[in-house]
Design a protein around this ligand. Structure first.
Ligand code: BDR
Ligand code: CA
Length: 313
């Protein structure tokens, strides 16, 4: 089987880090062409640093890391240090990266790879605000037809918001970018909070993987221990959600997930509901479906997949 070619656009973040490690741990199924970083959880210089730390941890200095947009298309940046810590990757200290930042701007890199690879062969995995992705679509609209699809973490319907009562963080930070992506006509699979809030880290799982004691697992355990505290306090002790790894897990084991192909619109105007993903889950409008909105997953299968792949790194 030839591996599926992917681009990972990300704002690491501990859950982004686990997603990246999961992708790098699956070389037979996934070829990571490049990692493009965007401002989100923390400012751009930190997401860039963190992406390179993660590549070096995985022994993959060969994966180019491109720096992209430092701020959303039309708004000031909102960050999430209250969740991820000052570095964005608090919880386990690793050496500062020595691999350089790749030459091209992330937006150019996205365009370059999609133009260069055969039509339909590249899947874009978006784990942060959609600023880089939307900028690439604005700059080179023809890439929409060449992309094999976008799988993104973002949005919420039944779970409503995690950053405001109405909005999920990635969409809230850059709703204008999300709107461009959702209107692009590209095949989109969305991992909203509805599903990621079912991918809850448990103490048993963390204790179980910690016995494997590899450098990657030690980092994952330290990061997740730190990261899950915030959500456990907020949601009441159930375990932190592993949002972004759902994107990569879907590529590896789509049968673990289920959802509906529906219309999803992005609210950009309202002060109260900015960034809300208005998903027509019950198909009460005749607006055309533009995304597969995932709602459920087999959590045991998901965590077994993570254990098996992370152990092999
Ligand atoms: C999303 O926001 C970030 O904090 C996480 O990395 C994830 O991508 C969840 O709302
Ligand atoms: Ca993220």
């Amino acid at each position: 089987m030839t591996p599926r070619k992917i681009l990972i656009d990300t704002d690491p973040g501990q859950d982004d880090a686990v997603a990246i490690l999961l992708a790098l741990a699956a070389p037979e199924e996934l070829e990571v062409l490049a990692i493009t970083v965007v401002a989100g959880n923390v400012p751009l210089e930190k997401t860039s640093r963190n992406a390179r730390v993660i590549c070096e941890l995985a022994g993959r200095r060969d994966v180019p890391v491109h720096e992209g947009c430092a701020a959303p298309l039309e708004r000031p940046l909102v960050t999430a240090e209250h969740v991820h810590g000052k570095s964005g990757l608090d919880g386990h200290d690793l050496p500062e990266p020595t691999m350089p930042v790749a030459d091209l701007h992330a937006v150019e890199a996205i365009i370059h790879h999609i133009r260069r690879e055969p039509r339909g062969s590249v899947t874009l995995c978006a784990l942060g605000p959609l600023t880089n992705v939307a900028s690439a679509l604005l700059k080179a609209p023809e890439i929409a037809e060449r992309l094999g699809g976008i799988v993104l973490m973002g949005g919420a319907y039944f779970e409503v918001g995690n950053v405001t009562p109405a909005a999920e963080f990635n969409i809230y930070v850059d709703p204008e970018a999300a709107k461009i992506v959702l209107k692009s006509g590209i095949e989109i699979t969305m991992m909203p909070l509805d599903v990621t809030h079912k991918a809850l880290i448990t103490r048993d799982w963390l204790d179980g993987i910690s016995t494997l004691d590899t450098p990657a697992i030690r980092a994952v355990c330290g990061w997740l221990d730190f990261y899950e505290r915030f959500d456990m306090e907020k949601y009441g002790g159930k375990g932190g959600p592993l949002h972004d790894p759902c994107v990569i897990a879907w590529l590896l084991r789509p049968e673990l997930f289920s959802g509906r192909h529906v219309n999803v619109e992005i609210e950009t105007q309202s002060e109260l509901t900015r960034g809300m993903t208005v998903a027509d889950w019950w198909r009460v409008t005749d607006r055309a479906a533009n995304a597969t909105f995932i709602g459920d997953l087999d959590a045991d299968g998901f965590f077994d997949l993570l254990t098996e792949r992370l152990a092999a790194l």
